[in-house]
Write a protein that binds this ligand. Structure first.
Ligand code: 6PG
Length: 249
């Protein structure tokens, strides 16, 4: 593992030879933060992204049977495609097949985006579920113990895409996304929720992401990923050699 160093005391970048090593390290970080959260608050509340990148990480996590204390861990989704939960496009299905079905996490600890009659209704329902779970007061923003993000080649995170006004949403916790370029409408957490997390972990692998990673870590700009800045937390990057290959050091 090559520690690319701490960029400020709130951003740590770790580059690994391969995705397997990155997944191993990220799963150990997940385990550490979960133990700390449970000691401090009796539970660990995590929101995870979908897509393909986290599959290897979820598989590593599924090996943590007892120690991870799944009974005190709650899993939310950072974003979801508006498709049936058993559809191949569903992030919930991917997370269920690669992690949730393999560990003894209570069903009541799993918080999928419910697919209702419309994506707007789903987004509303998800926002209400989050508000109830965290027992939020009016205008209060939830504080997840960890939010796991991937990175799109265009610099998107969650379902917040470049040029979409949704990136600027500062009031709602979860919103609907409908863009012509997307095969499915989406429900996504908003930036204020993401930036309020105690720990934000980017898990990024593969050569296709190298350009976006360089932009994210070394250039100024307005990619949605560049707007991820924890207000009172830490940001960790777990990268493989291919994804970090364009970084200057
Ligand atoms: C999604 C994800 C999305 C993902 C990026 C990267 O629903 O697709 O939540 O934000 O993290 O698109 O996707 P890959 O990991 O598949 O490259």
């Amino acid at each position: 593992m090559e520690d690319l160093g701490v960029v400020g005391n709130r951003k740590k970048i770790y580059a690994f030879d391969g995705p397997e090593d990155a997944a191993g390290a990220a799963s150990r970080e997940w385990n550490r933060l979960t133990q700390k959260a449970i000691e401090a608050r009796g539970r660990s509340v995590i929101a995870v992204s979908g897509g393909r990148s986290p599959v290897g990480l979820f598989k590593k996590l599924s090996n943590y049977k007892e120690g991870m204390r799944w009974k005190k861990t709650h899993i939310f989704l950072v974003d979801e495609r508006f498709a049936p939960l058993d559809d191949s496009a569903s992030n919930y299905r991917m997370i269920k097949e690669n992690l949730l079905d393999m560990v003894d996490i209570p069903k009541t600890n799993i918080h999928p985006v419910q697919i209702e009659e419309s994506v707007e209704i789903s987004a509303n329902a998800y926002e209400k579920e989050i508000a109830n779970f965290f027992d939020l007061k009016k205008n209060e923003i939830p504080r997840f113990d960890m939010i796991l993000l991937g990175l799109g080649e265009d610099g998107h995170i969650a379902s917040l895409f470049p040029g979409d006004n949704a990136v600027s949403e500062r009031k709602s916790l979860a919103i609907p996304i409908t863009l012509d370029r997307l095969q499915h409408s989406r429900v996504t957490l908003t930036l204020p929720v993401i930036n309020n997390a105690r720990k934000i972990i980017f898990f990024i692998t593969g050569e296709k992401k190298a350009f976006a990673v360089k932009g994210l870590l070394e250039d100024d700009g307005k990619m949605p990923a560049q707007l991820v800045k924890p207000v009172n937390g830490e940001m960790l990057f777990f990268l493989d050699a291919l994804a970090s290959s364009l970084l200057s050091k």
